[in-house]
Design a protein around this ligand. Structure first.
Ligand SMILES: [Zn+2]
Length: 143
C-alpha cells in the first residue's frame, strides 16, 4: 500500500492532463487527505509510452484502457483500497477510524507531534466526508 500524509492512498481510475492531451481511464492512486494524485507504479511505463504517442500524434484525448488491457492486471489494486463513487463514503469512514485508533496510541505515548498530525488528518478527512455527504444530498434532492 502506498502512503501519503500518513494516510493510505486509494486506487481508482482517473483522467490526467499532460500538456494539451487528456488521458482517460488511467489507473491512479490518490490521497483522500490532500488529493494528491499519482500514476499507478505498475503502469508507469505504459503511461509514458502512451503520453509520447499522444504527443507525437497531437491527440487531444486518448483512452488508456484502449491501449492497455487493464483487466489482465488483476493485481493492480491488490494492495490498496479500491474506490468508486459508491463506497467513497465508507472508505473515508474507514480512514477516520484508523486515524482515531492511532490517535489513541499517540495519546498513550504522549507523542505531541504525532497527535497534532493525526488531528490535522482527522479534520481534513471529516471535512471531505461532510462535503461528500452534502453533495450526495444535493444530487438526490435535484433528482
Ligand atoms: Zn496526502
Amino acid at each position: 500500500m502506498s502512503f501519503c500524509c500518513g494516510a493510505g492512498m486509494l486506487g481508482s481510475f482517473g483522467t490526467l492532463r499532460h500538456f494539451k492531451t487528456l488521458l482517460h481511464n488511467v489507473p491512479i492512486l490518490y490521497c483522500p487527505v490532500c488529493n494528491r494524485i499519482e500514476v499507478h507504479h505498475a503502469i508507469e511505463g505504459e503511461y509514458e509510452i502512451l503520453v509520447e504517442y499522444a504527443q507525437g500524434d497531437n491527440a487531444p484525448e486518448v483512452d488508456f484502457s484502449e491501449f492497455v488491457n487493464i483487466e489482465q492486471m488483476p493485481e493492480l489494486f491488490e494492495n490498496c483500497t479500491m474506490t468508486d463513487e459508491g463506497n467513497y463514503e465508507d472508505v473515508l469512514k474507514q480512514q477516520i477510524d484508523i486515524a482515531l485508533d492511532l490517535l489513541g496510541v499517540a495519546t498513550q505515548l504522549d507523542d505531541q507531534e504525532w497527535r497534532s498530525a493525526l488531528k490535522d488528518r482527522l479534520k481534513k478527512l471529516s471535512e471531505r466526508l461532510r462535503l461528500h455527504i452534502k453533495r450526495n444530498q444535493e444530487i438526490s434532492r435535484s433528482a
